[in-house]
Design a binder for this molecule. Structure first.
Ligand code: SF4
Length: 334
């Protein structure tokens, strides 16, 4: 349904103060390609600064790509305001912070009916009925329609954000860290709600998260991003058994296991992510990769098929092994 082809976003950085005073480019997203089928849930994971949110914004038409294209049902989307207009009825978003995502000046009624009013023709009573149904679907009540966002808890606000997204009956939702600002006790409720809605309505999700355990619980495939480049595309079922890219392994092995008897092991990532304005040559992960060779510094690896629906960008892909402790993936899923 949605296809990204060689999608890139480069931002102009401030001019260097050192000689030579060259203008630098931050390669937030660099030639990313993958697709999302109708009703499919695809996870997008990576550390902060890997380009996940920029990619989500380009999918929604909120940020124009520097190069490459987004196709919807095989047709290339126009760019800029035209892209937003073309996508408005088909794609929606749920953002990370439910405190910022809702206007404090609007009642829940206005928040839920305004998007529908712009996109579809309805009478006042029909709009009210749609708003009530969306609200009840996320576990809130018709009596909440006249309340303001500050009168709700964080979890309830995120439910209102979800109700707003589903109120226009979209085919596709970008979930940008939808639970990371919520209490752990609420996260499972919100994720289960999102999964129920997907099953009922057949909506496709791009689930952006830095938490592989949550993505593993919610998605059929995972796209692993590092410094704007795709390192791996892997079915979540294969996270337990398939040989994994060193970066994906490191992300999994960094997940703490809530068991004091287990020793934290594996190859934890050392250091910070390099500056995206000056990314490492060759494989972008080579400065932190425990398997790096000289060849990794010289040439960037191609994303190559490594099994059914499994793609890896690594020069040493034939030597990769499954993660040593599969319990680590599921241990902290909410
Ligand atoms: Fe590590 Fe080299 Fe593979 Fe990059 S290409 S992940 S540096 S082994």
């Amino acid at each position: 349904m949605i296809e990204l082809r060689q999608l890139s976003k480069h931002y102009r950085a401030a001019r260097s103060v050192a000689w030579p005073m060259t203008r630098q480019w931050v390669r937030a997203v660099d030639e990313v390609s993958f697709s999302i089928a109708p009703g499919e849930s695809v996870g997008l994971v990576g550390e902060s600064g890997s380009g996940k949110s920029t990619l989500g914004q380009m999918l929604l038409g909120l940020t124009a790509p520097t190069s490459g294209s987004v196709l919807l049902d095989g047709r290339q989307l126009p760019q800029g305001r035209a892209a937003v207009a073309a996508l408005r009825g088909q794609a929606q978003a749920v953002f990370q912070d439910p405190y910022d995502a809702l206007s404090p000046r609007q009642t829940v009624r206005a928040i839920l009916t305004e998007p529908v009013r712009h996109l579809q023709r309805h009478t006042r009573d029909e709009l009210e009925g749609l708003a009530v149904r969306a609200l009840e679907r996320v576990g809130l009540h018709a009596r909440d329609l006249d309340r303001y966002p500050h009168q709700f808890s964080g979890g309830q606000r995120q439910r209102i954000g979800i109700a707003r997204a589903i109120s226009v009956r979209p085919r596709f939702i970008v979930l940008d860290e939808p639970v990371s600002a919520l209490d752990v006790s609420i996260q499972a409720q919100v994720i289960n709600l999102l999964m129920e809605i997907r099953r009922e309505q057949g909506i496709a999700y791009l689930f952006i998260s830095h938490n592989l355990a949550i993505v593993e619980h919610s998605c059929e495939r995972v796209v692993v991003l590092y410094l704007g480049k795709v390192m791996e595309i892997v079915p979540t079922a294969a996270l337990h058994v398939a040989p994994l890219h060193p970066y994906t392994r490191a992300l999994i092995e960094a997940i703490p296991v809530p068991d004091p008897a287990r020793v934290q092991g594996g190859s934890l990532l050392a250091g910070d992510m390099p500056d995206p304005a000056n990314p490492p040559s060759g494989c972008r992960f080579h400065t932190r990769c425990p398997m790096a060779l000289d060849a990794c510094r010289l040439a960037a690896p191609e994303l190559t098929e490594h099994g059914a629906n499994h793609w890896i960008a690594c020069h040493r892909r034939t030597e990769l092994t499954p993660v040593s402790d599969p319990a680590r993936v599921t241990a902290t899923a909410p």
